[in-house]
Design a protein around this ligand. Structure first.
Ligand code: GAL
Length: 828
């Protein structure tokens, strides 16, 4: 009996301690799970009516429920009279309010609780339970407010209110979007914790055998007494521990302490654009042997320099930066960030051979940098488009004096652990660049950058660093009488950043013998996807001229998709790449732009509302020149032939082909050869000028007489059916993930109808949403947020977002007179 009782007692004790352990483990889990949690769901939103609403909210305010990230401008109508102007995409700004009611667990009463906004455009003001937390004019920078002193715990509600004022227009040269357009987070920590952006990890010495790692951690003690704590930083590669360092500290009450630790990684696996290998550092702070805070930092180990003669050297290897500039909007989704939408943009660019991104002209969404780390892009992280002097009436220059230092410091601290960042840019085409006032500001900014990060070079995107002096007759750069841009000459910059002026690049080493080169912005080619004016007698005028408006005989405000048209300050795509390619000392280029963006429809104004500069259109469909880069920048075997093959009989058509890995291309019209062509000298394409004959155009590339690739384009009949293709047909049921579905308009034989511009209607069955429609046509005024859209050149895009249930979504596309199509997307 006694033994039985003893056994029972033991069993009871075992169960009790197991439960206790389990409980304390799950508590511990909870603490860390709350370190940073999404605060995006269930906001209320009110957009002021500029006529009837005062600049305040009250009991009669009508609210709408939504999740952020949210951009209210993209929901509006394109408006010729929009104060944002065509530069801003002819979409209105305005003043709006966001509100969220939430509860805080009473278990967290002794914690520090903060709210982080990754970006609110613009002039945001935040209140918690009626207490004003602060104002942030800059729409692109992340910011954090501590909520702890003002919170209610347990069953009592808390109310957070955000006022966003984007009413003063114009304030941007491109489409900004409006609202809480980036993610929001709630961070719950112990009173002793790693501060905001509190780690700074660098790799001072990197060899194949060993990398030294320097870890600077800012630790915040918000206890009323000093604390003795242990700080351990453990470095992981994937889930495997590599090394760790531990240090005891004593930190005074209400103080921040900076702790420096050093570690070594044997046989480091280096980060590169081709193999973006990442490490994670986990910082743990312990009080009395109990871990009270855990903070993760992703970093990379790599060694690089910009060399005067050899350009960009990464891990001992010369790498040409083949970059593109990107604005932050995501086409039909507007500026509301979505990780998958950014990832898709980067995937499309990677396929083309792009290995660099310039975050023109502002701090990007943190998710873009995370993806660049993971996918391998060489990032130029840019801070400003203007300093003290305005470019538009209500822009950031008005906030410059009060905010520039804080904004720049925050950007540097937020971003400096990203291995993908290789260059800081302190500004784009700053008006003060030509005079001493600009030099003074550049000096101040350079000091701020170097104080916060000495590991990357500093540049400014100057237009241009030396005066152009172009000989009007030969279009050659005339190198006599060189006049220098004041900032370029000042010696402040580590890299001379060229915007355009490719004619001057070959003289760089003479003009700037001590400072390496980067082309911060190039090209500005102009193209409408799928639009060609192939008639030889007009080829010299319309639409090759960059500025011929629709009123002058160009009704669609289209620009030819042959790479022949550019903004006058730029070049064709081929011209700049030919120069960059030729010389090792030209470390690389960032082309304006990878994707089309909303606003700045240069060369046009209203009715055009989005840009023509992209190598990829607003919907994500590549223009033809995409394949020129692919043939030059990747190892893929390429043969791309254009235009389409639907012309008037007898009409003269220029047929172009981009190809690689072959010696020549032979073209056949209805099986008859019209000649072989091969690239000569520095040619980047071949061309045939031939009369049109309905039927089949076939190109065959060959090497040493052996066929490499064949491409066929057939004359299409009338549009007859729709075809739907999803980039991913299974997506996550997380109310966030996206499927990008391409609609092709085909004839009855399945050939794409290249001139089809039918209006397509979409409907969706199931727990999901249509969140964007777009054809890439810069002149379309249909809403990107609707459920119908007119195709451009036989194509259209529809974006479907998952709900929170696993199920089957069924998307149907219909158009008058065409056979409809349906596609199933599974969410799980
Ligand atoms: C540049 C400018 C860009 C964009 C581009 C268009 O001068 O830096 O923001 O406006 O021109 O070509």
């Amino acid at each position: 009996m006694k033994t039985k009782n003893k056994c029972l007692k033991r069993l009871f004790l075992f169960i009790f301690s197991a439960m206790f352990l389990l409980n304390s483990c799950s508590k511990k889990e909870d603490v860390f799970a709350k370190r940073k949690i999404s605060f995006n769901a269930d906001w209320s939103f009110h957009l002021n009516d500029s006529i009837t609403d005062k600049d305040t909210i009250g009991t009669s305010t009508k609210w709408r429920n939504l999740d952020v990230p949210h951009d209210w401008s993209i929901e509006g109508k394109f408006d010729e009279k929009s104060p944002a102007g065509y530069g801003g995409g002819s979409l209105n700004g305005g003043l709006a309010w966001y509100k969220k009611i939430f509860k805080i667990d009473s278990l967290d009463i002794n914690k520090t609780i903060s709210i982080t906004f990754d970006g609110v455009y613009k002039n945001s003001e935040v209140w918690i339970n009626g207490h004003h937390l602060g104002k942030r004019p800059n729409g692109y920078i992340g910011f954090q407010y501590e909520l702890t002193p003002y919170l209610n715990y347990g069953e009592k509600n808390n109310e957070i209110i955000v006022k966003v004022d984007n009413s003063k227009q114009p304030n941007s040269r491109w489409y900004s979007g409006s609202g809480i357009f980036r993610n929001v987070w709630i961070e719950t920590t112990d009173k002793l914790h790693v501060g905001q952006w509190g780690t700074y990890i660098t790799t001072p010495k990197v060899t194949a055998e060993k990398a030294s790692i320097s870890i600077e951690t800012t630790i915040k003690n918000q206890y009323k007494e000093s604390k003795k704590a242990t700080v351990t930083t453990t470095i992981f590669k994937e889930d495997k521990k590599v090394t760790s360092v531990t240090q005891d500290i004593t930190i005074n009450a209400n103080e921040n302490q900076i702790l420096n630790q050093a570690a070594e990684v044997e046989n480091p696996i280096l980060w590169s654009d081709e193999k973006p290998e990442l490490y994670t550092a986990v910082t743990e702070i312990s009080l009395d042997d109990k871990v009270v805070d855990q903070y993760k930092t992703t970093f990379g180990i790599r060694d690089f320099k910009f060399d005067l003669n050899k350009g960009f050297i990464l891990n001992g290897k010369q790498v040409k930066i083949k970059g593109v500039c990107m604005h932050h909007d995501l086409g039909p989704l507007g500026s509301a960030i979505n990780r998958r939408a950014i990832e898709r943009q980067l995937e499309i660019l990677k396929e083309m051979g792009v290995n660099g991104i310039r975050t023109s002209h502002n701090p990007p969404a943190p998710e873009l940098l995370d993806l660049c780390d993971k996918m391998g892009f060489i990032v130029m992280d840019e801070a400003f488009d203007m300093w003290k002097q305005n470019k538009t009436k209500y822009d950031y220059a008005n906030d410059w004096d009060k905010w520039h230092e804080r904004d720049l410091v925050d950007q540097l601290r937020r971003d400096r652990n990203h291995p993908s960042i290789f260059i800081w840019s302190i500004g784009n085409e700053i008006p003060e660049q030509w005079n001493e006032s600009g030099v003074e500001i550049a000096k101040e900014l350079a000091a701020i950058v170097r104080l916060n990060d000495k590991t990357r070079p500093l540049t400014a995107a100057m237009n241009p660093p030396v005066n152009m002096n172009i000989d009007e007759v030969t279009l050659q750069f005339e190198k006599k009488n060189v006049q220098f841009n004041a900032i370029a000459k000042s010696g402040i910059l580590d890299l001379i950043g060229y915007n355009y002026a490719h004619q001057t690049y070959e003289y760089h080493q003479k003009n700037f013998p001590n400072t390496p080169f980067i082309a911060t912005e190039t090209t500005s080619g102009l193209e409408t996807r799928g639009y060609y004016d192939a008639v030889s007698d007009t080829i010299k005028k319309w639409p090759v001229r960059w500025d011929l408006k629709f009123t002058e005989g160009n009704p669609g405000n289209t620009v030819s998709a042959y790479d022949q048209v550019q903004a006058p300050w730029g070049s064709t795509h081929e011209a700049t790449w030919k120069v960059i390619k030729k010389h090792d000392f030209l470390s690389g280029m960032y082309i304006w732009t990878g994707f089309d963006y909303i606003g700045e429809p240069t060369p046009y104004e209203w009715p055009s509302v989005s840009s023509y500069f992209g190598i990829v259109d607003l919907a994500g469909f590549p223009k033809d020149v995409y394949y020129m880069y692919q043939s030059e920048w990747t190892n893929k075997t390429v043969l791309h032939v254009f235009p389409h093959w639907n012309w008037k009989v007898g009409q003269t058509v220029d047929v172009w082909a981009y190809y690689n890995n072959a010696d020549e291309v032979e073209l056949f019209v209805n099986r008859k050869s019209v000649g072989k062509r091969s690239k000569k000298g520095d040619d980047l394409h071949v061309m045939w000028r031939i009369p049109f004959e309905a039927g089949t155009l076939k190109a065959i590339s060959s090497k040493n007489g052996k066929v490499v690739l064949e491409k066929e384009i057939t004359t299409a009949g009338n549009p007859s059916q729709l075809k739907l293709t999803a980039d991913r047909s299974t997506i996550k049921a997380d109310k966030n993930d996206l499927s990008f579905i391409t609609v092709d308009i085909l004839d009855d034989k399945g050939t794409i109808a290249p001139n089809a511009n039918n209006e397509i209607n979409f409907s969706l069955k199931g727990n999901g949403k249509i969140v964007g429609v777009c054809s890439g046509d810069p002149v379309s005024h249909e809403s990107y947020k609707g459920t119908k859209h007119t195709a451009l050149a036989g194509k259209c895009l529809v974006i479907v977002q998952s709900g929170d249930k696993s199920e089957r979504l069924e998307l149907t596309a219909k158009a008058n007179g065409l056979k409809q199509a349906t596609i199933v997307i599974t969410t799980e």
